[in-house]
Design a protein around this ligand. Structure first.
Ligand SMILES: Nc1ncnc2c1ncn2[C@@H]1O[C@H](COP(=O)(O)OP(=O)(O)OP(=O)(O)O)[C@@H](O)[C@H]1O
Ligand SMILES: [Mg+2]
Length: 187
């Protein structure tokens, strides 16, 4: 299964969530490989420095899951190819209006290059008890992609995870990452 994480906007959380989803799947025994298509190579550095139980994908390698991280661009062939080869696509977006506008543009690019029906919106940096957090379903409808039932909250430990790896996550963070990973593999 190949899962591509995308959004034309920078800082949406593509790299953070793609790596952590990979860690979660590896944690439950899957062989997970990572393909870093972003020239910034943030994910590659993260993997080299924190040594999670996921590997950098090798040509011809055989894995249970291949996770692809993409650059924050809509006009890049790296993004288009990553969409075309995906079994599933995760559009990572915060629920803030400015981010959702870019996400709408990203949906057009997904539709142009991804021809299967397993694309979903993964809300990130959700602040529970806020007005926006209560509006996620209508927001997703406006974007034009179904949203996963589970979301990721804004938590400082996700920032620490870039240097400390999976062990930086506290209990609630681990739980929500595992829930999203499970939903991701079954939706
Ligand atoms: N749920 C979250 N809670 C708190 N901080 C977060 C969360 N998700 C991401 N971040 C932080 O937001 C910043 C941007 O995240 P990340 O690098 O994953 O985004 P990106 O979409 O890959 O960005 P780019 O488009 O530049 O590659 C990072 O500092 C990361 O630690
Ligand atoms: Mg990134």
């Amino acid at each position: 299964m190949t899962i591509t994480f995308c959004n034309g906007k920078g800082g949406a959380g593509k790299t953070t969530l793609s790596i952590l989803m990979g860690c979660a799947l590896a944690d439950v025994g899957r062989r997970v490989a990572f393909l870093d298509r972003d020239p910034q190579q943030t994910a590659t550095r993260w993997i080299r420095e924190t040594k999670p139980s996921i590997v950098i994908a090798e040509p011809g390698g055989s894995y249970d899951a291949l996770i692809i991280d993409t650059p924050p661009r809509l006009d890049s062939s790296l993004v288009h190819e990553s969409l075309a080869q995906a079994d599933k696509v995760m559009l990572v977006s915060s629920p803030s209006p400015a981010d959702l506008w870019t996400s709408q543009d990203t949906v057009s690019v997904i539709r142009a290059h991804y021809k299967k029906d397993k694309a979903a919106l993964l809300f990130n940096q959700v602040q529970r008890q806020t007005l926006l957090a209560r509006e996620l379903t209508p927001l997703a409808e406006r974007i034009g992609l179904p949203a996963l039932n589970h979301q990721i909250a804004r938590r400082q430990c996700y920032q620490h995870a870039m240097v400390l790896g999976w062990k930086a996550l506290d209990g609630p963070a681990r739980e929500e990452i595992l829930q999203v990973a499970l939903e991701l593999t079954t939706f």
